[in-house]
Design a protein around this ligand. Structure first.
Ligand code: CTP
Length: 416
């Protein structure tokens, strides 16, 4: 198995970015900036209402291209057909209740809706609206119609809305929108609704075991792979509980319940509490195998220590994955991760196979770590091993791509 080396950037693609008439349009400026920084050519089509929130000069400056706003400009070039036909992805954010209704009905009376009708590439609509509008049966019906046609309608986040309101309907963070768009550019079929009605529990991040109130034993896990698993599962329809350890840099994924923990024992408690009725549990966290036997209640002072080596007494932490496997209900799938470097005893894959057998889980994702692989980076690669002998190579790509392959395998097994 090859080590994960420097990642190749995604090739530049042609993206149509439609802007709906909602206040969240200002957050989409950041989405546009991130997409163009990745080298993509982004054609912006704001609706007339969208231009009342953010003007054409902003979109033109950020995209480096003229804004397309009217069916009756450059008519000889037939823009409503050309833009949709040429796109590799059409992304609409914010997708307002009105825009969802118009798209569901196949309206073609402005450039953006006409482009949606001519696009044959993946279409990602990212809604943002007040909770009442999102939950209204008309909107629910429109979303169902769009999804039945293969359009991906992202799950909105919860939180502060315009004014004093708070609830479901907030635009997901720009980084999350870009991640979903990047995923669809890599795999058009990465976000089916095949986890609808399922509950999944995912652990993420790295636990920290205190030595004293200031110091800890920790590891380099950033939590990004676990967050990508949670984001993709939620977008595939699942109810998601994410147990996260030390992931303060990461925004909560849209539609996901996040439980924050610190130590391995806290993670064990949170995961075992959430797991009993879950359809699948994925242990992506880097759990500390050992903890200091006697953590100090006050800061350890160096006064009193001489030049001789100082030893630290450690005790073994519970193995959460093994406990999950032992306690699980019959129908529950348990997925582990293995961070391996390979050594004189065997390569990464050999260690992975042995770990799958030792832990007794259904699936094991094997990552090569060290040398720029897996930790603190946005990309990942590896192998997916199954207890039935399956061994699939996971192509290098964003962590959400690896997440999509894991959920493919989980969804297929749950269906059986
Ligand atoms: N794991 C766990 N509880 C622990 C240690 C690990 O649940 N105390 C889980 C991890 O979340 C991961 C899997 O076990 O899903 C493998 O973790 P890894 O650190 O690769 O393996 P270890 O069992 O710790 O074995 P070793 O470090 O010796 O390779």
């Amino acid at each position: 198995m090859s080590q994960a080396g420097p990642v190749r950037p995604d090739p530049p693609r042609r993206i149509v970015l439609g802007i709906g008439g909602g206040i969240a349009a200002y957050k989409v400026c950041e989405v546009l900036r991130r997409l163009t920084e990745r080298g993509h050519q982004v054609r912006v089509i704001p609706t007339e209402t969208a231009l009342r929130f953010v003007g054409a000069p902003t979109w033109e400056a950020l995209s480096g291209l003229p804004v397309h706003r009217d069916l009756f400009v450059d008519v000889a070039e037939v823009p409503h057909v050309r833009l949709g036909q040429a796109a590799d992805l059409v992304l609409v954010a914010p997708a307002t209740a009105d825009l969802l209704a118009r798209a569901a009905h196949g309206r073609a009376d402005d450039l953006l809706c006409a482009t949606l009708l001519t696009a044959r590439c993946p279409v990602l609509l990212v809604p943002a609206m007040h909770t009442e509008m999102w939950e209204h049966p008309a909107t629910v019906h429109n979303v169902a119609v769009l999804c039945s046609r293969g359009t991906v309608v992202a799950r909105p986040a919860s939180g502060r809305l315009t004014g004093a309101d708070s609830g479901v309907g907030r635009l997901p963070e720009p980084a999350e929108i870009v991640d979903l768009a990047t995923l669809l550019l890599r795999r058009a079929d990465a976000l089916p609704l095949d986890l609808t009605g399922r509950h999944v529990v995912i652990s993420a991040g790295g636990t920290r075991e205190p030595l004293d109130p200031v110091r800890y034993l920790g590891n380099r896990s950033s939590g990004r792979q676990g967050y990508a698993l949670a984001r993709v599962a939620a977008q595939r329809g699942a109810r998601v509980t994410l147990v996260a350890a030390h992931t303060a840099d990461l925004a909560d994924p849209a539609g996901v319940e996040v439980v924050q923990v610190g130590t391995a024992r806290q993670m064990r408690e949170a995961v075992l509490t959430a797991a009993p009725h879950a359809d699948a549990v994925v242990m992506a966290a880097a759990v500390a195998d050992f903890r200091p036997a006697n953590p100090y209640l006050s800061k350890i002072k160096k006064v009193g220590f001489g030049p001789d080596p100082v030893s630290l007494s450690l005790v073994v932490n519970p193995d959460i994955l093994v406990e999950l496997v032992r306690r699980r209900p019959e129908s529950q799938l348990v997925v582990g991760f293995a961070a391996e470097t390979g050594d004189c005893e065997g390569d990464v894959l050999t260690h992975g196979r042995a770990k799958l057998a030792r832990k007794g889980c259904d699936l094991l994702v094997v990552n090569a770590v060290g040398e720029g692989g897996a930790f603190e980076v946005d990309h990942n690669t590896g192998w997916l091993l199954g207890d039935d002998g399956m061994e699939a190579h996971l192509p290098e790509g964003p962590k959400s791509l690896l997440a999509a392959y894991v959920w493919d395998a989980v969804a297929a097994r749950l269906k059986q």
